[in-house]
Design a protein around this ligand. Structure first.
Ligand code: C2E
Ligand code: MG
Ligand code: MG
Ligand code: MG
Length: 288
């Protein structure tokens, strides 16, 4: 229907500014509702965090977790991050949301330490816009110092978009983050446009191979297998860890093991877990 509306609009001529259909109207209305609700989500305490365990290959040893944001809106119900994160980025709300996530994680790490939960590295997603903030590293360090948590327990995930929008600034920020003791990884690797030469200069700790390349691995998709193999080789030659995302089946795991992938994350090992369930998972799987 959207297509036919578009076709119709085209047929009405180039200078037609009356492209207004009920579909579009209700879509815009929905977006507006979403933005409004998102505006209040922080103060209404509607966000929560889940932790998805990550495992070493081939040992299956628990090595860390990625924290993922969940939003239960009082007005709209559960909204997926795939929907609200891009929206928050466009509306300028993402900086506050990402700082909230980071602070919650650091506080959680302090409480877990006090409770004697074994220490693990937690990876936190950072949106592109936060990289424009010259005080980013300083403000992250301040939170860790306030809570007495070592930056070594925190990994920051950035995307290729961040890295290439302003490579010189990204390089500086990554260098500063690592100098402060944080780990840095590149998320969704393979979906953006990374320049190999920058990759070398960035000095990242980890490449996260995007789920889209992992999906068809076990179906003997020769192309995806070659891509994943190439990414793993690249990571190794640049002294980085390769982690495959979205691993769902034992077959995918086996192919990744065969290709020499270092780490995996995905439903095969564990779904993202609420903090209590995550602690239980850690207690069952942690080997010192
Ligand atoms: P991401 O950082 O690449 O996170 C991985 C996504 O894959 C998560 O989706 C996770 O739940 C999902 N996933 C993990 N394993 C599997 C699997 O085996 N099968 C399938 N089908 N999915 C799997 P989620 O939680 O919906 O998050 C989507 C994206 O939203 C994230 O992608 C990330 O880009 C963004 N995001 C989530 N939390 C935050 C946050 O706190 N801040 C920012 N800036 N972005 C966030
Ligand atoms: Mg991520
Ligand atoms: Mg990812
Ligand atoms: Mg993703």
């Amino acid at each position: 229907r959207a297509e036919s509306a578009m076709y119709e609009a085209k047929n009405r001529g180039r200078n037609n500014f009356q492209f207004y259909t009920p579909e579009r109207h209700s879509h815009a209305g929905q977006q507006l509702k979403l933005i409004n609700a998102l505006n209040f989500a922080l103060e209404r305490d509607e966000f929560s965090l889940v932790y998805q365990p990550q495992a070493a290959v081939p040992s299956h040893r628990l090595i860390g977790a990625e924290v993922l944001l969940r939003w239960h809106s009082s007005e709209l119900g559960v909204v997926s991050p795939a929907r609200f994160i891009p929206m928050a980025e466009r509306c300028g709300l993402i900086a506050d949301i990402d700082s909230w996530v980071f602070t919650q994680v650091v506080k959680q790490l302090r409480r877990w330490r006090e409770q004697g939960v074994p220490e693990l590295v937690v990876a936190v997603n950072l949106s592109a816009s936060r990289f424009d903030d010259p005080k980013l590293v300083q403000s992250l360090v301040q939170v860790t110092e306030q809570e007495g948590v070592s930056p070594k327990l925190l990994e920051l995930e950035l995307t290729e978009v961040v890295a290439l929008q302003n490579p010189e600034q990204a390089l500086q920020t990554i260098t500063d983050l690592r100098a402060a003791g944080f780990r840095v990884s590149l998320d969704d690797f393979g979906t953006g446009y990374s320049s190999i030469s920058y990759l070398k200069r960035f000095g990242l700790d980890k490449l996260k191979i995007d789920k889209s390349f992992v999906d068809d691995l076990a179906n003997l998709n020769a192309t995806d297998k070659a891509i994943v193999k190439g990414i793993i080789a690249l990571a190794k030659s640049l002294n980085m860890t390769a982690l495959a995302e979205g691993v769902e089946t034992p077959e995918q795991w086996r192919v990744l093991e065969q290709l020499g992938c270092h780490q995996v994350q995905g439903y095969y090992y564990s779904r993202p877990l609420a903090p209590e369930a995550f602690v239980q998972f850690v207690q069952e799987h942690y080997e010192s």
